[in-house]
Design a protein. Structure first.
Length: 182
């Protein structure tokens, strides 16, 4: 039997964001499915347990993760960014018209909030599964994000595990200072 989305969900724990400036919601999600079948399965502490055999699979050949901008008044999809691997990082918007998120490939990315144009990306060396945050000190704005890929996805087998098996593990905090607007 095929179930879509997989038990991991299409929209899971990763926070979405809303921008009062653009009036849009930015939603990270994943398009994957699973083969699931009846077979005797024993509970193993710390392992995923569905009471059945399963394999997580991608629905699309070129992406699993997708960041979409929606107009909450109309339900219209305004733009989308497709990512080869699952998106597990949260989203943050800024008053300056930017949308920040990260991906398991290790990139912190900044998009134009209205068009979805990728304006900036930086490889942090390990996957991003947290949410970027912004803060201010001495009149300067900063963006910080945790970088450290991990989790159970590589353990489940199937084509999704193949997409992420070579991603670097790690654990660090990256901080970026935004340029002052003129």
């Amino acid at each position: 039997m095929i179930a879509a989305p997989s038990f991991l969900g299409g929209k899971n724990w990763m926070p979405m964001a809303y921008s009062p400036k653009s009036g849009l919601f930015y939603v990270p999600s994943n398009e994957w499915q699973m083969d699931i079948w009846n077979e005797p399965v024993a509970y193993k502490k710390g392992a995923a347990y569905l009471g059945a055999g399963f394999t997580i699979k991608s629905i699309n050949d070129d992406y699993i993760g997708v960041l979409r901008a929606y107009d909450p008044k109309t339900g219209e999809r305004v733009w989308e960014y497709k990512n080869y691997a699952p998106l597990w990082g949260g989203v943050m918007t800024t008053a300056g018209g930017l949308v920040f998120t990260g991906n398991p490939e290790g990139y912190l990315m900044a998009f134009d909030d209205k068009t979805g144009e990728l304006l900036y990306k930086f490889n942090t060396g390990s996957g991003i599964v947290g949410t970027p945050v912004t803060w201010e000190m001495d009149g300067e704005q900063y963006i910080s994000v945790l970088s450290g890929w991990g989790g159970a996805v590589p353990l489940w087998g199937g084509d999704v595990a193949k997409r992420v098996k070579s991603f670097n593990q790690g654990g660090m905090v990256w901080t970026f200072k935004l340029p002052k607007q003129s």
